[in-house]
Design a protein around this ligand. Structure first.
Ligand code: PMP
Length: 360
């Protein structure tokens, strides 16, 4: 008899209910055109105005300086693991990666597949099973940039401040905490994020890149070339129109709700509630070092795999959906992105308290 469900999915993930309702209401006829947003040309002014507005709202939300390009691309974070080094690893042909977890490892593996480009780990959290963030970097070998995963979606760690990169350019994978945590765009040469966690539907990848880092003469294959993509305002080919439209609605909603700073405050409140419970529980615990804990992705375990499975099953039946941890680490994971409501965390904590009492 579940009347309301709570969706803890790590991505694709929960979106604001008001946005989903707005999409539903205006889907048959976008702005009175008699056509849905999915059915109009990406060259029409109706579409172009929509994309421009989405870009300007995103710029406002993140305080993006004018000398940064904002690109709406496809291929997810994973394609960016190739596109970034192709565009930015030109001089030294070397990428220093901060090995803070699975997605940092994947970034490194992809860059290593590119002919002529090599990578090294500037630091690694592997010895601590990625439960603690590496902060002390060894950057003795020259590199074109340092790749940092600001929020480690699987391991549940988050950089609140950047490690000392000794003057090198920083490339940030912000996939799982873009718009959820305030960062200063000027600290980065490039920021990338798939939309499917804090923004909207999968299919859109946001890239924010400092224009002066790009080389006008690089002439890469067009869809991998930030210079060409930027010149064509991300419409070098047909863009993911629906995902950009939905993202634009989320940006508007977030502006109305006080922007990124307000979202961060809400995320801190939500995650604090769960962490406090975990730290006081005799059954559940957080495996992550306290100072490095993410506000958006919160893994937890009972220490007994059988009990974890039982908890996930009973939670699912009670309306707490997608709490199963990533297949690489097991246990549970609650993803509390921007659109996840505080009352959902309260309800989860109550459910966990009850579970803990009942299994005694
Ligand atoms: N980086 C991080 C931090 C992620 O969490 C993910 C996806 N979970 C990716 C990269 C890969 O993104 P995509 O699935 O969009 O390729």
């Amino acid at each position: 008899n579940v009347t309301e469900i709570y969706n803890f999915s790590a991505g694709p993930a929960v979106m604001p209910k008001s946005v989903v309702k707005k999409i539903q209401a205006e889907l048959p006829s976008y702005k009175g055109s008699g056509m849905s947003i999915m059915e109009i040309s990406h060259r029409s002014s109706l579409y172009v105005d929509m994309q421009n507005e989405a870009e300007s709202d995103l710029r406002q939300l993140m305080n993006v300086p004018d000398d940064y390009d904002v690109l709406f691309l496809q291929g997810g974070g994973t394609l960016q693991f190739d596109t970034i080094p192709l565009n930015l690893a030109r001089r030294e042909k070397t990428v220093a990666v901060v090995d803070s977890g699975h997605w940092a490892v994947r970034a490194r593996q992809e860059a290593d597949l590119l002919p002529g480009i090599s990578t090294y780990a500037a630091a690694s959290g592997e010895a601590e099973n990625y439960t603690k963030l590496p902060y002390s970097l060894n950057l003795d070998r020259p590199c074109d940039y340092v790749h940092v995963t600001l929020n480690n979606t699987i391991e549940g760690t988050m950089y609140r401040k950047l490690p000392d990169v000794k003057g090198n350019v920083v490339v940030a994978d912000m996939s799982s905490n873009i718009l959820a945590q305030r960062y200063n765009v000027e600290d980065f040469g490039l920021i990338m994020a798939g939309a499917q966690k804090n923004i909207g539907p999968a299919g859109l990848t946001v890239v924010i890149v400092k224009h002066s880092l790009l080389d006008e003469s690089q002439n890469l294959p067009s869809m991998l070339d930030y210079v060409k993509l930027s010149k064509k305002h991300s419409t070098l080919n047909t863009p993911p129109v629906f995902a950009i439209y939905a993202a634009g609605l989320v940006f508007k909603q977030l502006l109305e709700e006080g922007g990124v700073d307000a979202a961060q405050k809400r995320n801190e409140e939500k995650s604090r509630l769960l962490y406090e419970f975990l730290d006081n529980s005799k059954l559940f615990k957080s495996p992550v070092f306290a100072d490095d804990r993410s506000t958006t992705n919160i893994p937890f375990v009972t220490g007994d795999e059988e009990l974890d499975r039982r908890f996930i099953k009973e939670a699912d039946e009670a309306g707490f959906k997608n709490l199963k941890g990533h297949r690489l680490v097991g246990g549970m994971r609650a993803s509390l992105y921007n659109a996840f409501p505080l009352k959902g965390v309260r309800a989860l904590v109550e459910f966990m308290e009850k579970f803990e009492t009942e299994i005694k």
